[in-house]
Design a protein around this ligand. Structure first.
Ligand code: PEP
Length: 252
């Protein structure tokens, strides 16, 4: 039997923070690790692209991992304003989020593009965190599992493995709203994703599947205790050191 993967708690800082406060946030997390001890999870912060340098300098040679929020599918070229996966890797990042629902909605990203971005990440030696999740209308129509399995099918690169890729289930209607699915609903989707990985990758039980959508310190323990939940992708609560730390400490 494959050992349960180590929890990953990832903070998606989105388009928030300026340099000084972002470095201060990273330093507060380091202080909490120093005072309370290492949490039972890998800790990842994903600052806005322009702050990867300064935040990376703050967390360099520490246990806090660094990631980006998006990458272009091409390695280089005439793509004004975009950032490539090799650039992200070169900046000290180990992870990159791809296919976040805000990118899918704001920039019209579809599964094929998300897969191309994930492939670019893998080629650059980054671990893509591939996001999937249904809208409220899709959930209300009873299509949540069908939608996320379709996204998995369309977004997962052929070269994905448990070691090089992370999945994140983020119901669109739960992001930033304070609403979360029931534990049974989360379990149903995560079980379905685990089943969807079987046949696609060699060790489906070893791939980390994060839950994201209004995770807070007061609901984290319950969510993280669900069998096929292997961590959390955290937006709003990752902007406050104590809240993010509380979520990390819920990994048991
Ligand atoms: C997110 O955007 O990835 C997210 C989970 O946001 P929040 O935690 O604020 O719902």
């Amino acid at each position: 039997m494959v050992e349960k993967p180590r929890f990953l708690v990832a903070g998606n800082w989105k388009m928030n923070g300026l340099r000084d406060e972002s470095q201060a946030l990273a330093r507060q997390l380091l202080d909490l690790i120093a005072s309370d001890g290492a949490p039972g999870c890998d800790m990842l912060v994903c600052p806005p692209a322009i702050l990867i340098g300064p935040v990376g300098a703050t967390v360099r040679d520490t246990s806090i991992l660094l990631g980006a929020q998006d990458c272009h599918p091409n390695g280089a070229g005439a793509h004004t304003g975009d950032i490539s996966a090799p650039m992200i890797a070169d900046s000290g990042c180990a992870y990159v989020i791809v296919g976040h629902s805000e990118r899918r909605a704001d920039h019209g990203e579809d599964d094929a593009l998300v897969r191309a971005k994930a492939e670019a990440a893998l080629e650059a030696g980054l671990i893509p965190i591939i996001c999937v999740g249904e809208t409220l209308a899709e959930r209300d129509a009873g299509r949540a599992v069908e939608v996320v399995l379709g996204q998995l099918d369309g977004s997962l690169p052929g070269a994905a493995s448990a070691a090089n890729t992370v999945l994140a289930y983020e119901p669109v209607w739960a992001i930033g709203t304070g609403r979360t699915p029931t534990g049974d609903d989360i379990a149903q989707v995560h079980d379905a994703l685990r089943g969807g990985l079987a046949g696609r990758i060699s060790e489906p039980d070893a791939m980390r599947i994060l839950y994201g959508g209004s995770v807070k310190p007061d609901n984290a323990a319950e969510i993280l205790a669900i069998e096929n939940v292997n961590g959390a992708l955290v937006g709003g609560a990752s902007l406050k050191a104590d809240d993010f730390w509380g979520i990390c400490q819920s990994c048991a």
